[in-house]
Design a protein around this ligand. Structure first.
Ligand code: CUA
Length: 157
C-alpha cells in the first residue's frame, strides 16, 4: 500500500470515529428533554383530573413575565376551548396536551405550530398585538374527524 493511501485511509477512519462520537453525544442529550425547552410531562390518563386542564381556557398568570396562561386539550376530534378571547397586547403562554392520540396545534397567521402528544404538555409564549381571528387547525392526521378539528383565538381590542 502506498504511503498516501495509508494517510487517506486513516483520515477517513478518524472522521468516521468523530462522526460516531457526535451521534453518540446527540443521542445521549436528546434522550431526555429539560423542562426549560417548553415541554413538560403529564399522565395522559389523568388530563381531566389536572387542575390546569379540567376547565381549559384562559387564566390570569401567576407569573410576572406574562399575562395569561391558555390551556388547551386536543382530543379526537376537537379542541377545548372551542373558541377563546384574548385582550390585544397581552402576552400569553399556551399549554397544549392530548388525552388520546397525537394531534397538531397550528395557529394560522402566527409562528405557533406545536404537537399535542399524549404524556406531554407543549408550551409556547407569544404576545398578541393585533386584534383579529386566528384559526387553530390540527396538522397531524388523527382519524376520520381530523379535518373538522379546529378552534379559534379571537384577539379583541
Ligand atoms: Cu387531531 Cu388531526
Amino acid at each position: 500500500m502506498h504511503k498516501f493511501e495509508k494517510i487517506w485511509l486513516s483520515a477517513g477512519t478518524a472522521s468516521l470515529a468523530i462522526f460516531l462520537i457526535i451521534i453518540g453525544i446527540s443521542a445521549v442529550h436528546g434522550g431526555h428533554t429539560p423542562a426549560a425547552s417548553g415541554i413538560e410531562t403529564i399522565n395522559p390518563e389523568h388530563v381531566r383530573d389536572d387542575a390546569r386542564f379540567k376547565e381549559p381556557g384562559l387564566k390570569e398568570s401567576a407569573d410576572d413575565d406574562y399575562d395569561y396562561d391558555l390551556y388547551f386539550v386536543a382530543s379526537a376530534f376537537m379542541y377545548e376551548p372551542g373558541e377563546v378571547e384574548i385582550p390585544s397586547g397581552s402576552t400569553v403562554k399556551i399549554h397544549v396536551t392530548s388525552p388520546d392520540v397525537v394531534h397538531g396545534f397550528q395557529v394560522v397567521g402566527t409562528n405557533i405550530n406545536m404537537i399535542a402528544e399524549p404524556g406531554l404538555i407543549s408550551t409556547y409564549e407569544m404576545t398578541f398585538d393585533e386584534p383579529g381571528e386566528h384559526l387553530i387547525v390540527c396538522n397531524e392526521y388523527c382519524g376520520v374527524g381530523h379535518t373538522d378539528m379546529t378552534s379559534m383565538i379571537n384577539v379583541v381590542a
